[in-house]
Design a protein around this ligand. Sequence first.
Ligand SMILES: [Zn+2]
Length: 61
Amino acid sequence: MKTMKEVKTFRCKDLGLECEYEEKAEGENELMKRIEGHVQTMHQMDVQQPETQEKIRKAMK
Ligand SMILES: [Zn+2]
């Protein structure tokens, strides 16, 4: 059964950033879409870089 979607949470604090930003979404890919604008403009992180994406995905809970 695939009726339940996993809700993932991301917090900038989990990346060691001094930021109160927090976002939730259904699934990692949806969450990535929602947070990329924030991390790019607020933290100058390039989410196109595999290294950076990996780091962000690991911080998701
Ligand atoms: Zn932030």
